[in-house]
Write a protein that binds this ligand. Structure first.
Ligand code: NAD
Length: 365
């Protein structure tokens, strides 16, 4: 991970407070836990995670014995567990990063687990926060995907007033959770804030997602499969810049408000693939174009003006450097990758389905 300290500029503090982190064994959750422990000497962190295929305690091995940290295996969709954890640990702050997160799975495997975790799980947390008046704030971490899609030739960006228009089951379930948060604040003044962030990159991401997936494919000498024409655009943010924003929103964000988080760093999948191949001394001979995913949003872009102006947040990591370091991290952590592969099997098996069905790729090399 890239070392960069002294940039957390929150006005309040987590010292002498307990934060309940739901989903702390995942990609963003584990980075968030590392970041908070690095910056707050007297914090107490409780990590509640179901350890689904994407949850990985190896992400937290280095801090597992830290006296400020504790782990509980449990499902946020299980009301009894939520009640027990809130009663026992009496958190001051709650942040929910527990989610089913992979769009492709929500299409190829089904949406039921997404509905349970991303809607029922959020409902259980909201109910617990409603009943525990000690809680200062609950931050529900959400995604820009709830806003639907933008066209490649527009300059439009999603802001906090953009209407939800989800196109895939994953995004629809995230939107459901977000709407419940809004309703619980309006109806009962539950102190909840929601954030919508763009695509994150960094260490500890389960290798079904674009950057680690393509890096693993390069390591295995396989082609990089690009959906459609490869021109779908995402706004890429380094995960620690996202964690810094979450820290600020949890401490200083106004209950009932929504904050969008992005890095103004729009890149197509093709450009990302090119940068990864380059780090292996390769070029576009490493690509293959495969039929597009149904409901594939064309472009996402985030307007972060509100969090910048109201909470004083801005990105501090250089994309070029953080991206290179990220790819390098996966190249240097093949033991971490192999261990997951052994446990969960082939990453993104559905990508190869088009071959089995003898479909033609959308575009030839
Ligand atoms: P991830 O898939 O890496 O991690 C999810 C974690 O949640 C895992 O540790 C998993 O075990 C846990 N989990 C899943 N279901 C659970 C349940 N029912 N109860 C308890 N734990 C459960 O995901 P991530 O990329 O770290 O995403 C975290 C959050 O950030 C999600 O809400 C996602 O929508 C949001 N987000 C992610 C990105 C991104 O680019 N990764 C961008 C914007 C927003």
């Amino acid at each position: 991970m890239i070392e960069l300290s002294g940039f957390h500029n929150a006005m309040a503090t987590f010292n002498n407070k307990t934060i309940l982190v739901c989903g702390g064994a995942g990609f963003i959750g584990s980075n968030f836990i590392h970041y908070i422990l690095e910056n707050y000497q007297k914090v107490k962190l409780v990590n509640l995670d179901k350890l689904t295929y994407s949850g990985n305690l190896d992400n937290l091995k280095d801090i597992s014995k830290d006296r400020r940290y504790g782990f509980i295996k449990g499902d946020i969709a299980d009301e009894k567990i939520i009640t027990k954890v809130f009663k026992k640990h009496k958190p001051d702050y709650v942040i929910n990063l527990a989610a089913e997160t992979h769009v492709d799975r929500s299409i190829h495997v089904g949406a039921l687990e997404f509905i349970k975790t991303n809607i029922q799980g959020v409902f259980n947390i909201l109910e617990a926060v409603k009943q525990n008046k000690k809680i200062i704030k609950y931050l529900q971490v959400s995604t820009d995907e709830v806003f639907g899609t933008l066209s490649l030739d527009s300059k439009e960006k999603f802001n906090e007033k953009t209407a939800f228009d989800p196109n895939v089951p994953y995004a629809a379930t995230k939107a459901g959770g977000d709407l419940l948060c809004n309703a619980y604040h309006t109806t009962w003044k539950v102190p909840v804030v929601v954030t919508h962030c763009s695509n994150n990159y960094g260490p500890y991401q389960y290798p079904e997602k674009l950057i680690p997936f393509f890096t693993v494919r390069m390591l295995e000498g396989k082609k990089l499969p690009l959906y459609g024409d490869g021109k779908n655009v995402r706004d890429w943010i380094y995960v620690i810049d996202h964690c810094r924003a979450l820290e600020l929103v949890l401490l200083n964000g106004v209950s009932g408000e929504v904050y969008n988080i992005g890095a103004d760093n729009e890149l197509s999948n093709l450009e990302i693939a090119m940068m990864i191949a380059k780090q292996f001394g390769k070029g576009k001979e490493s690509f293959e174009f495969v039929p597009d995913r149904p409901g594939h949003d064309r472009r996402y872009a985030i307007d972060s003006a509100k969090i910048e102006m109201e909470l004083g947040w801005k990105t501090v990591y250089s994309f070029e450097r953080a991206f290179q370091e990220t790819v390098k991290w996966y190249k240097n952590n093949t033991v971490w990758i192999k261990k997951i592969q052994k446990k969960t099997g082939v990453f993104n098996p559905h990508i190869d389905l088009w071959k089995k069905h003898n479909l033609k790729p959308a575009i030839k090399n």
